[in-house]
Design a protein around this ligand. Structure first.
Ligand code: CA
Length: 630
């Protein structure tokens, strides 16, 4: 350790306290000069290279400050030029990279680009606003991938596979009634070579290269650094205009290549968890895992989400393998986003692919969700209960497995501590922290899952199971999440991990709009029913405990889920949802009164299918009946 005088130490600390050096300030442009600042606590030298084009480079040595940030200021207007940074440590120069916080990049993200960000905004950007949102439980998230949604010859989209194509498609989503569109990775990722886009290669994109730049493959011209930025913003603006918020799928848990990417090159090893033998820890199953518990990795994540929220007006973040991150980082992300807008959504996968190299009790695992207020986690509980676990081919409640009944109820109440843990110990503090879903891009889509687990059933029965499972998601007190294309009976032809399957597997079958019109209408109506009835979105654990009851029945294949005493909360005095997960029609007792039938026997209508005065209801096989008390 170097000797340091007390006076020098106090000066350094004052500098630290006074100067908020941000990782995102790697390149600060104005027409008179560009300031550079890169962080490394181990570099002995650092330099930035300015490129006019592919060849010419001006090398500029950087000067270190007391906070381990390395600075240089270059006079003149550098807009249109590119730069890389490299660092010298342990007796050798590392390789060039665009820096960890590049905001614009060259083709394939190898160099950072210097742009005047303000000058490249799409027309009207200054008027873009987040659509209104009151409570997170009001949300219906629809997950899609830009290619899945736009590539089909039947998509009607001109700009297929592009941000601009997604922007063309907002009308369908608005009509479906969703509130949030979750887009599979749209930051710059590595598995698609941007110079060979004509080959039409597909990838989900879970392989981050530059975290703070849109992916070039989705732009009209990946060679033009401004195109991807302008077109991503235009897409977000189009969605906002249609009343739809945008959730970004963020993948801070690992990088495409630990040694080759900027995080690994600028400050070797720092941003990753390492095993004792010097190898990279691998909780992601992708060859490395990042270290959110290291202060500058944590700061990087906080600044990165804030950057997307402010610069791109992104409305929410879905954290891939969130269980690799530590809880404190997630709390700090939540706090930082709250300063921008508390309605910005945060949720993620409360698990890891393999055991992370960090104490389990401190990780953002699903089990500890209640310790991270207003951060949600995907509920594999309700998923597995309704359609079966992806790790076997068994049925779920919606396809005839009565044993899963209690676990479905656990999901219906949003994974909270419900009435002395009647259905098991809760892991969410509030119902919005429970992301209710049955399918997403991972694992089988719903049609394929039912095909695998209930293959001997006839087509009509499989469709009934499909509707029943999705109904449970949409009446759950948790936050509803739908995998895009389920409403059009998509199939991925039995491929559960379609991350690099061709478009033919992954595209949404728009041609099914006619053949499966009744399925599409059912989804649309169920979303409308959810949005029309606050009773399905009570919003707090206390309210769920107060208003939700499960009526007694001896039939293990039947759930009678009642939401009562709704005066002043809902237009209905009470709501009754009857879910029949068996092949037989069943009769059930309900309170004798006048009801509007919202759903019955595979049909649904938010305005009501009809009215009846009764105390006994017949629920048809594999279907839901939903009643609203007048
Ligand atoms: Ca890329």
């Amino acid at each position: 350790m170097k000797k340091i005088s007390l006076i020098m130490l106090s000066v350094a600390l004052m500098a630290c306290a006074n100067k908020q050096v941000r990782l995102e300030d790697e390149c600060r442009y104005n027409p008179q000069q560009t300031e550079f600042a890169f962080w490394s606590d181990i570099a002995e030298q650092m330099e930035v290279r300015i490129y006019d084009d592919a060849n010419a480079a001006h090398v500029i040595a950087l000067q270190k400050d007391a906070n381990d940030f390395w600075h240089a200021t270059v006079k003149g207007d550098l807009a249109g030029k590119y730069y890389t940074v490299r660092s010298y440590q342990n007796g050798a120069w590392g390789q060039e990279s665009p820096g960890i916080f590049a905001k614009a990049v060259s083709i394939n993200g190898t160099r950072a680009a210097i742009l005047d960000m303000q000058s490249i905004n799409p027309a009207g950007w200054e008027n873009d606003q987040r659509p209104p949102m009151s409570d997170p439980t009001d949300i219906v998230v629809y997950e899609t991938h830009i290619r899945d949604f736009t590539m089909s010859p039947n998509s009607g989209v001109v700009n297929k596979g592009k941000f601009a194509g997604m922007a063309e498609s907002v009308g369908y989503l608005a009509e479906l009634g969703i509130t949030h569109l979750q887009i599979l990775p749209m930051f710059d990722y590595g598995s698609i070579d941007e110079t060979t886009l004509v080959k039409g290669k597909y990838n989900w994109g879970y392989d981050p290269v530059n975290y703070n730049v849109p992916e070039g493959g989705y732009s009209s011209n990946p060679y033009d650094p401004s195109a991807r930025i302008r077109e991503a913003k235009a897409m977000i603006m189009a969605l906002h205009s249609a009343g739809i918020r945008v959730v970004m799928d963020v993948v801070y848990n690992h990088t495409y290549d630990a040694m080759g990417c900027a995080l690994g090159r600028v400050v070797p090893y720092y941003f990753y968890r390492m095993n004792e033998d010097g190898t990279y820890a691998n909780g992601s199953g992708c060859g490395n895992e990042t270290a959110s518990d290291h202060p500058m990795m944590r700061q990087f994540m906080v600044e990165s989400v804030c950057y997307w929220a402010k610069e791109y007006h992104v409305d929410g973040f879905r954290f891939d393998l969130m269980g690799i991150h530590d809880q404190e980082t997630m709390r700090q992300i939540r706090a930082a986003l709250d300063e921008i807008d508390p309605t910005i959504l945060t949720y993620g996968e409360g698990w890891a692919a393999m055991a992370p190299a960090y104490p389990y009790e401190e990780l953002a695992m699903k089990q500890w969700t209640y310790l991270m207020p207003r951060v949600g986690a995907f509920s594999d509980d309700i998923r597995n209960a309704l359609i079966g676990s992806p790790f076997d081919s068994e049925r779920g409640f919606a396809s005839g497995k009565a044993e899963s009944r209690d676990a479905v109820c656990f999901g219906l109440v949003g994974g909270i501590n419900y009435k002395d843990n009647l259905f098991g110990e809760g892991w969410s503090g509030e119902p919005m922290q429970h992301v209710s879903y049955i399918t997403c891009h991972d694992n089988y889509c719903l049609r394929d899952r039912i095909e695998v687990s209930a293959k001997d059933e006839d087509h009509a029965t499989k469709l009934r199971m499909n509707k029943l499972a999705q109904t449970a998601v949409l009446v759950s007190q948790g936050m509803s999440f739908i995998y895009g294309g389920e409403e059009l009976y998509r199939s991925k032809k039995g491929i559960d991990n379609s991350y690099q399957s061709p478009d033919s597997i992954n595209i949404i079958p728009w041609e099914n709009k006619e053949e499966y019109a009744s399925l599409l209408d059912y989804y649309r109506q169920m979303i409308a029913i959810r949005r029309a009835h606050k009773g399905f979105r009570l919003g707090s654990a206390d309210a769920v405990n107060e208003h939700v009851a499960f009526l007694p029945t001896d039939n293990k294949s039947l759930i009678i889920y009642q939401i009562k005493d709704l005066e002043g909360i809902d237009s209905a005095k009470s709501l009754v949802v009857l879910l029949n997960g068996s092949a037989e029609s069943v009769e059930a007792n309900v309170s004798e009164t006048q009801y509007i039938v919202l759903a019955h026997d595979g049909e649904a209508d938010a305005k009501g299918l009809g009215e009846l005065h009764t105390d006994r209801v017949v629920v048809e096989p594999y279907s839901a009946t939903i009643l609203a008390e007048k």
